[in-house]
Ligand binder design. Structure first.
Ligand code: UGA
Length: 453
């Protein structure tokens, strides 16, 4: 199929690259010329597992354009994958989505029929909003075209976005016409039937069965996305609250999580206690659904508590440092990891930034290391007066405590015994329960995880 994707962020770019791999002809439009220049050279502007390789493999099926002037309204499907940031009141900001709708309205040609898909996470009613904007402009232009607007939310984890695109648990299609339904079914057919050969290094998992296709109306599809992210965020906030209690009563949260997770009604995933969730989605989406609920006078106490518990959880690290080191002013604290989770360079809503800010406000000296996210941090947070180290070792030298914030694999394999000798105080706060407490304690460290008794 011939498809156009508007927006080359995490969602647009990985989805577009995956569809190109599956044999569709993809045009990717982004008005950020810098990004498009890079993409034309085969370089991904974001760090995403396997993306650079796949981009180069599929270059015959994908065209990059950097302005609406070069847009041709001849695709069967147009996917909107632009950002929907939070407004200060928590509502999702639809400015970019609406701008795309206006551009489309100005460009769709007479006697055409086309399916416009909201791939971005958008509030309830956005499908009809986009349709109304386009149709109003068409009417003004006296253009006679049939527009179908569908909602097709994504469930991609950053870092694993290509894997999740090729091997999803389910595909959700929110449509209100047969045409939209049929077009989206054809688009997803190779994924729904798993008829493609796995790309190199993105192998089909053993035992993977076909994804379930749920065809529903656009509103249900929009709500599914918010419910999914709220539930996942709630699972993490839930286990974190239990972790805080476990610590007080002398229980080990990792065993509690396993003990409950093996009940298949609960499930073991998303029960890792730590300093809480971050990233571009959970915070934004939980706030946006709360805003919608308020508009309808509908209570969402669990979502409210999920958010509150999460941001409180980031303070746990500071409390632990205060309790172990007593005075923080003048102490040197090493931070391992900046990105909101491993295998990404994304710093949006990253707990690391809140923790660093708090430490600086307490007059600590802060040294950091992250394998990938340091450049982003320098650019996005020039206000942070911190020392960037060239490697993890630098974070330990002369530190009074080291805090593991992001559980990059390389941090789990550090030579802690050797590194401990270079510290002022052998204190480790393990914000992700990623390290082996027994070995550390045996070697003279004061170790404190989250909820580990
Ligand atoms: C999340 C969802 O997992 C995706 O399904 C969804 O499509 C995406 O948001 C989105 O809306 O676009 P993502 O933000 O990439 O994906 O990251 P996750 O892997 O879900 O992790 C989110 C945060 O939760 C991270 O900070 C991670 O460290 C934390 N986390 C995760 C925990 O603290 N404990 C866990 O057990 C799992």
């Amino acid at each position: 199929m011939n498809i156009t994707i508007i927006g080359s962020g995490y969602v647009g770019l990985t989805t577009g690259t995956a569809f190109a791999y599956l044999g569709h002809k993809v045009t990717l439009l982004d008005i950020d010329k810098n990004k498009i220049d890079k993409l034309r050279k085969g370089i991904s502007p974001i760090y995403e597992n396997g993306l650079n390789n796949l981009l180069n493999e599929v270059k015959d099926n994908i065209t990059f354009i950097d302005s609406w002037e070069n847009f041709k309204p001849d695709a069967e499907i147009i996917m909107i994958a632009v950002g929907t940031p939070s407004k200060t009141n928590g509502d999702a900001d639809l400015t970019y989505v609406e701008r795309v709708a206006v551009e489309l309205g100005n460009r769709i040609e007479d006697n055409s029929e086309l399916v416009v898909v909201n791939k971005s996470t958008v509030p309830i009613g956005s499908a009809s909003r986009v349709k109304a904007i386009i149709n109003n402009i068409l009417e003004e232009r006296k253009v006679n075209a049939t527009i179908h607007v569908a909602s097709n939310p994504e469930f991609l984890r950053e870092g694993e976005a290509l894997f999740d695109t090729f091997y999803p648990d389910r595909v959700i299609i929110g449509v209100d016409s047969e045409t939209a339904k049929n077009k989206l079914h054809s688009l997803y057919q190779p994924i729904l039937e798993q008829t493609f050969i796995s790309p190199k290094n993105i192998e089909r998992p053993v035992g993977y069965s076909l994804p379930v296709l749920i065809t529903t109306n656009p509103t249900s599809a929009e709500l599914i996305k918010y419910a999914a992210n709220s539930f996942l965020a709630m699972k993490i906030s839930f286990i974190n609250e239990f972790a805080n209690l476990a610590e007080k009563v002398g229980a080990d949260i990792t065993q509690v999580a396993r003990g409950i997770g093996l009940d298949t009604r609960i499930g073991t995933r998303f029960l890792n206690a730590g300093i809480g969730w971050g990233g571009s989605c959970f915070g934004k989406d939980t706030k946006a659904i709360l805003y919608t609920a308020k508009q309808y006078n509908s209570d969402m106490k669990l979502v409210e508590a999920t958010i509150e518990a999460n941001y409180k959880q980031r303070e746990v690290v500071i409390k632990k440092l205060q309790s172990i080191l007593k005075v923080i002013r003048g102490k040197t604290i090493g931070i391992l990891g900046l990105s909101f989770k491993p295998n990404t360079d994304d710093l949006r809503d990253a707990p690391s930034i809140d923790i660093i800010r708090k430490l600086l406000s307490l007059d600590a000296i802060v040294k950091v290391y992250d394998p990938i996210a340091m450049n982003n941090c320098k650019q996005q947070h020039p206000e942070l007066n911190i020392k960037y180290e060239e490697n993890a070792e630098g974070v330990f030298i002369n530190s009074d405590a080291v805090v593991l914030v992001t559980e990059w694999d390389e941090f789990k394999r550090l030579p802690f015994i050797e590194l401990g000798e270079k510290m002022n105080n052998k204190v480790i706060i393990d914000g992700r329960n990623a390290l082996n407490p027994d070995i550390l304690v045996k070697n003279g460290f004061i170790y404190s995880g989250i909820g580990r008794g």
